[in-house]
Design a protein around this ligand. Sequence first.
Ligand SMILES: Cc1ncc(COP(=O)(O)O)c(C=O)c1O
Length: 464
Amino acid sequence: MSYPKPSRRSWAEPWKIKMVEPIRMTTLPERQKFLIEAGYNTFLLRSEDVYIDLLTDSGTSAMSDRQWAGIMLGDEAYAGSRNFYNLWEAVTQYYGYKYLVPTHQGRAAEHILSRIMIHPGDVIPGNMYFTTTRLHQELAGGTFVDVIIDEAHDPANPHPFKGNVDLAKLQRVIDRAGPGKIPYVSIAGTVNMAGGQPQSMENMCAVRELCQAHDIPVVLDATRAVENAYFIQQREPGYEAKKVAEILKEYCSYTDTCTMSAKKDTLVNIGGWLATNDQGLFEEARNLVVVYEGLHTYGGLAGRDMEAMARGIAESVEDDHIRTRIGQVEYLGNHLADWGIPIVQPIGGHAVFLDAKAYYPHIPQSQYPAQALAGDIYTDSGVRTMERGAVSAGRDAKTGEEHFPKLELVRLTIPRRVYTQAHMDVVAESVLEVYERREHARGLRMVYEPKYLRFFQARFERAS
Ligand SMILES: Cc1ncc(COP(=O)(O)O)c(C=O)c1O
């Protein structure tokens, strides 16, 4: 038998599998029952009832043998653990910040930063909200204002840097509020809620310049800044020959401070930090961390967790790693796009986002089409995804009205180094199957709504 010559050279992951975790397929009647028991909220499913878990890329990575070896080198001293110093060194080496305060995860860093920097009545402009970030800003008495470019709100727009700040919008917010009322500008590297979309280096520089002119600090949510650096390498003229590590350091150099959920880029199951070049902020943060997290040399983590993070940072910026990580996301996204399934374009860094408004046009946003679609995919195949639309957007902190964002999305989030291409094929086929039955889909009504971050625990029933 002869095979046709391939017209391209394939890529493959720069690792091989040393240990596996069995997963179990359930039956259709079982999944129908589990989803009703979970109130149509995929966060409330038990993980053992899930076949392929694309709920999130947060804390779901597979660690390397070097990271696991680091776990055994945990120095579990209460104070001054050697792993803390290794982590500090890695953050300074790869992200460039002078000072480090470890936290147990990203929102703990956001909490500490918001308590220190935000005063009641302040305004915080940013390139689209993120759920926990905005909530901590609001709890500290601030108001978030979205200054992302308009293209970010259009799922079909192919702009290569949909995470960019609209500088005219930012200038208007500064003029209206006055620089004294803006404690910082909040920038996310690859914007989660926009579909994992990057910001260009040129735009980051321009934001820096504008902020410097008004003496306003820039705070980076560095959670997926490595993925952002990869997109700069791939899409921005002048960066194609640079290493991702070099681009990351330059990107961070235009900011004063960062908060970090190390559960994503950094390839660990738990961890985060607040890092800064501002000595005054550092002193305050390391004082406050002892109130909410733990001593300033462990911040809610074990020594072993900090060691795994330090090693994960170095692995995360390797070009071979990041190319295949994002290559896998693109593999899934291209499959779906080729079949005509509406997804956010360009394909994002950590996930493929289905455009639920285009997928289920007959379901009004008040009946949460993205929430319904995530449930329908689970019922079809046991693949767990999550809603990123009206349920995640929540309510206006002042009026209590529900937000109905332009983007009503389902996120198929790919954990790092966990699933194979065959898993991606199974996922794609399930999404297609559900798409083909779309006229029969029905919306949901919310029957239980928690006060904060409602998407995690809300419950639903089928709308009549
Ligand atoms: C962009 C972004 N910022 C902050 C966070 C919060 O981090 P954590 O979940 O570690 O508290 C997340 C988590 O999903 C995120 O995606």
